[in-house]
Design a protein around this ligand. Sequence first.
Ligand SMILES: Nc1ncnc2c1ncn2[C@@H]1O[C@H](COP(=O)(O)OP(=O)(O)O)[C@@H](O)[C@H]1O
Ligand SMILES: [Mg+2]
Length: 485
Amino acid sequence: MSMMLLANAEEIVELRIEVPQGQVIRYDLTALCSALDIADPTRIAVETDGVRRGLITIYPSNPLAEVRPVAREDLVMDKAGRITVGRYHNGRPVKKRLFDVSTGSAQRFLLFGTTGAGKSRTLQLELAAEKINGIVVWLADLKGGQSVPEAKDNVDWPGDSLEEAILMLRAAVAVIEDRRARYSAMGRSAFVLNDPDPLLHVRIDEANRLLEKGSAYRDEGTYLIREIGRTGRSVGVGIGLAAQASHLEELGGSDTLRAMLKEGEVTLLRWSSSMMRQLVSDGLLPAGEQLMPIPKTLRARDLTSQFDVDEDDDEEDGPGTQGTGYLLSGPRPTSMMRHFRIGPISPSPGLDPEILALYGDDEPPRLEAASHKAAGEAYKARHDREAIKKLCDELRGEQPPPTAAAAATDGTPPSGGSPAATRLDDRVLAVLGKAENPMDAEAIFEAVNADGGKTVRLGSVRNALIGLANNEAVTRPERGLYAPA
Ligand SMILES: Nc1ncnc2c1ncn2[C@@H]1O[C@H](COP(=O)(O)OP(=O)(O)O)[C@@H](O)[C@H]1O
Ligand SMILES: [Mg+2]
């Protein structure tokens, strides 16, 4: 069959390929798309055994364009402690481990992706699973409680500020110590699920806000997360972070996370180009492995002439790819997957009834009474907003003020002004200042939208670049590329 026929086939085509013995299979995704004349790269899946053999699957259209809604049955742990979170491109179920039954270990979870990739919804799916499986959850939703609003009454301790995240992490470390002492008094060497204690998971959404440079809590947050990652496993205390970060350095330093990543459940959703480069250089992805990039929408890229100037040409249509990603810690790390749909695909105001139904209306699992004392004052006060506010204010008083320089570059000034108020020009300059090489407008657009501030449009970034170039604040070392002046 000719290459053209493959690309236009109406059925799924599978090609098994191998290189001669002695050679290592390598491929270039873009070249492969070109050879097959396929403009939409999400129609091709390439998997290799990392040695000689590969399997190329060509779909008539993206096989993950639609996924069914998640059901409560999907989220009940199997004998190995896994839940089903979605589908691989070939229709197989994607299983994520909530608990390691064989070793009795609590898990660590990391969820990466750029803004809008589906981190918070994926987290919500995991939070629902935790409730269904009797896992106690302490959740810090660092976007002021807006990212996973339905979770509020469905977790044991909902928090929404950096300070409360620190109070939670401190309390979790205290529970670990308490459990350790109790278990050793019982002559136990391993954690036994629900005998007598439930699993406790601390979950932080937008963890980058806690751990990035310029955060007043970066050092303590990093330390506490590392402690939980290191000592919590054997006493049933797990930790999970969802973050948009292009570099592990932004998450409290790479060592902490690299250690967590090694044995954690790592999910990578849609990334920005700089993010992927960094993940490879951080050793998170083996250099030889390639992951098919995930476009924002399933519309083949148009080639637009510069003479058809239309400021609105960045308007995206076509179905979105939210929730699509790779489960790096699973058995098929390079197989594209998509999480089940949870709630409406287009953002909608108010609490979503479908998501609430997934949680169910029973009480969330609660921390065992034996650990209440260790969990301390903040735990006791967790449902009393006034008392929590007081504790948070006290904590803020303990912190040295963040440096002005850090506050100016990360787009989230800790005091006065909201990220939305940070000028786009400044955000663009901050992105360029951090980049090693000149960047094109699209890469700048992605990086600006990953900085935690207000989402902006490509057209606005282009306009800002033109203004900055006119003012000689940026230079154009090459056509289409920008660098700080
Ligand atoms: N699994 C999913 N099912 C349904 N909609 C989703 C899913 N993942 C993402 N979305 C849609 O995409 C939007 C952005 O997802 P979100 O989880 O808030 O992204 P992030 O936290 O990465 O910025 C959501 O408001 C929702 O409309
Ligand atoms: Mg989010």
